[in-house]
Design a protein around this ligand. Structure first.
Ligand SMILES: C[S@@+](CC[C@H](N)C(=O)[O-])C[C@H]1O[C@@H](n2cnc3c(N)ncnc32)[C@H](O)[C@@H]1O
Length: 196
């Protein structure tokens, strides 16, 4: 299956899909952290507009949450335009001409302005002893089923000390969630394709 992982520098979701035999590519303004050649460094909106790449069958997208996350709500009044731009970006991803789409973001303004998420998951449902409510907006995909519920409930992200790379560590997709996306969304999308 041709899978586009939008707004991903880490390659976590790309690698999980590729390990299961999918033709998965990541795209980000930043270079791929792992140096993999199956990464498009550029603007995802331009990539979505390129006709020759229009055979994507599934897109997993991780748009920036800097101006949208509810955890930063106290600053929203000072960034009205940035927030409108961020919401327009998310809406463009949702409207992408791809049959199956999963958009991931924390609890955010998207829920009240665009629509409520289809599902809210936690890393502790996928083998990581941590809390970080993660919303999924799904198009033609079923909800993700927990794969490994563990006991730990640490908020690691909250405890991170300030550093230049803090945002990267905060935004990196959990490997257990990436694995579940590849196993479940990849498999179901392929099964549904066969039935259609
Ligand atoms: C919240 S982070 C997601 C990181 C991801 N979970 C990972 O593991 O790599 C959002 C990412 O979106 C990227 N981004 C922002 N605007 C973009 C655009 N127009 N096209 C492609 N990527 C973009 C940023 O560079 C950033 O890496």
């Amino acid at each position: 299956m041709r899978v586009l992982v939008a707004c991903e520098f880490s390659g976590t979701v790309r690698r999980a899909f590729r390990a299961l035999g999918h033709d998965a590519w990541s795209c980000d303004l930043l270079p791929a952290e792992d140096g993999d050649r199956r990464h498009i460094q550029g603007d995802i909106i331009s990539v979505l507009g390129e006709q020759w790449r229009d055979d994507w069958e599934l897109m997993i997208a991780h748009p920036p949450c800097t101006h949208l996350a509810a955890s930063g709500a106290r600053w929203w009044k000072d960034k009205v335009q940035e927030q409108l731009d961020a919401l327009a970006f998310v809406q463009q991803l949702m409207n992408a001409p791809i049959h199956r789409i999963c958009i991931e973001n924390p609890i955010s303004k998207i829920s009240t302005v665009i629509r409520k998420p289809d599902q809210i998951i936690q890393p502790w449902q996928f083998g990581h002893g941590e809390t970080k409510a993660t919303c999924l907006w799904l198009k033609n995909l079923p909800p993700l089923q927990p794969t490994n519920i563990v006991k730990g409930r640490v908020n690691r992200v909250h405890r991170m000390s300030p550093s230049a790379n803090r945002w990267k560590e905060r935004s990196r997709t959990y490997a257990g969630i990436a694995q579940a996306m590849a196993e479940q969304l990849g498999r179901i999308a392929m099964q549904l394709e066969r039935v259609a």
